[in-house]
Ligand binder design. Structure first.
Ligand code: PLP
Length: 405
């Protein structure tokens, strides 16, 4: 059975063209790019080419790109590196809906003595920019706000947020891991100081990422040792990964308009059908400012994990939260911050599409989900059951594994 993969915010399929470009650097050309001899040293050109490709996608200078091991390292480097360079500033502003790569780090810094403000979101997942403006003080070193949310796809107005932070003298970082490749980003037009990217979210390889660092931004490196990456990130370069990242960015730029529009149409069709065919379903997150590929749907009175298991048996891969938090039964901090009711938080499923999804796949999912929800509701303790006494004896199926908590 071929998997219908709708979990692209967790990770994406590596594009064959990316893989093809990486392969020589995993086999034949295994040198160290810092070597004096040509066998290694020539690899520097490939790294430079990748840097140019990333810079083209983001609208910045190649020198402003640092290669890292992924989104998490980029976030940590941006936040810790920036704060260490301005030790007198002890206040951080972030949001309640950040990915754990930012949220957990900010909370750890709070335990270490930083003052932390976590901005609230409304029921649609949107920020109040006045609250942001009022929160910034002379002591604020860093404002870090994600570009697009990994669970709901809600996109924050980053150009405006960055402008507010800069006007008040704070540094601005954005975790753009879910946005790059899905939204056009022009760093020439946005006063962002630091921006994080991850290779495996845009059909590149895992274990490689990018930190954009605007020229002139002060940063104390996290990894020290060799002089790689202009002394901003020590460690022998992951040449194949970097080459793959560059190719993935080039392809993302080429596919941006047409493919994202096609993906948006698939996503909208899926969403409309689910809302039509499944009673008590709702979409989480504002309709207007959302990633084109993401749909977070709550099916009231059923457990998201049970839905996922049944879909998995049918060959459909989706998610009940971010990949990092699934496995724990903690309800999503993002949906809780939006005030989504308990019964809906527990039945939420994230469908995240990519340019590799087809119309036929979406038709199959549209055909499968309503039956899954119906079957699970029949056995749900939460769902109001039909009155069996008036309608005569009814078939009652065995409960699967759903227990009230
Ligand atoms: C918004 C966001 N930030 C950061 C990360 C972490 O990126 P990586 O897996 O490359 O470390 C993820 C991955 O899920 C993410 O969605």
């Amino acid at each position: 059975m071929k998997t219908i993969y709708l979990d692209n915010n967790a990770t994406t399929q590596t594009d064959q063209a990316v893989l093809a470009e990486m392969m020589p650097y995993l086999t034949e050309f295994y040198g160290n790019a810092s070597s004096m001899h040509r066998f290694g040293g020539e690899l520097r050109h490939k790294i430079d080419q990748a840097r140019d490709r990333v810079a083209d996608l983001l609208g910045c200078e190649a020198e402003e790109i640092i290669f890292t091991s992924g989104g998490t390292e980029s976030d940590s480097t941006a936040i810790l590196g920036a704060l260490r360079a301005i030790p007198d500033k002890r206040h951080i502003i972030t949001t309640r809906v950040e990915h754990p790569a930012v949220r957990t780090l900010c909370r750890r810094l709070q335990r270490q003595g930083y003052r932390l403000t976590e901005l609230a979101v409304d029921a649609q997942g949107r920020l109040n920019l006045e609250e942001l403006e009022e929160s910034i003080s002379d002591d604020t070193g860093l404002v870090t706000v994600m570009y697009a949310n990994n669970e709901t796809g809600v996109v924050f107005p980053i150009p405006e947020i960055a402008a507010i932070a800069k006007a008040k003298g704070a540094l601005f970082h954005t975790d753009a891991v879910q946005a790059v490749g899905k939204l056009p980003i022009d760093l020439q037009k946005q006063p962002i100081d630091l921006l994080s990217v991850s290779g495996h979210k845009l059909h590149g390889p895992k274990g490689v990422g990018v930190l954009f660092m605007r020229r002139g931004t002060m940063l104390t490196p996290l990894l020290v040792g060799g002089h790689q990456e202009h002394g901003k990130r020590a460690g022998t370069e992951n040449v194949a990964g970097i080459v793959g990242m560059g190719k993935a960015c080039e392809l993302a730029g080429q596919c941006m308009n047409d493919e994202n529009e096609r993906v948006r149409r698939l996503r909208d069709r899926l969403e409309e059908a689910l809302l039509r065919d499944c009673p008590d379903a709702r979409v989480n997150g504002t309709e207007k400012m959302r990633l084109p590929n993401t749909s977070n749907v709550s099916f009231e009175y059923v457990e998201g994990e049970a839905i996922l298991l049944m879909l998995d048996q049918m060959g459909v891969a989706a998610s009940s939260g971010s990949a990092c938090t699934s496995g724990s039964l903690e309800p999503s901090h993002v949906l809780r911050a939006m005030g989504v009711p308990f019964t809906a938080v527990h039945g939420s499923i994230r469908f995240s599409l990519s340019r590799f999804n087809t119309d036929q796949e979406i038709d199959t999912v549209i055909g499968a989900v309503p039956g899954v929800i119906r079957r699970l509701r029949e056995i749900s303790f939460f769902h109001p059951q039909p009155d069996v006494t008036s309608a005569g004896p009814q078939e009652r199926k065995e409960p699967l594994s759903i227990k009230p908590q």
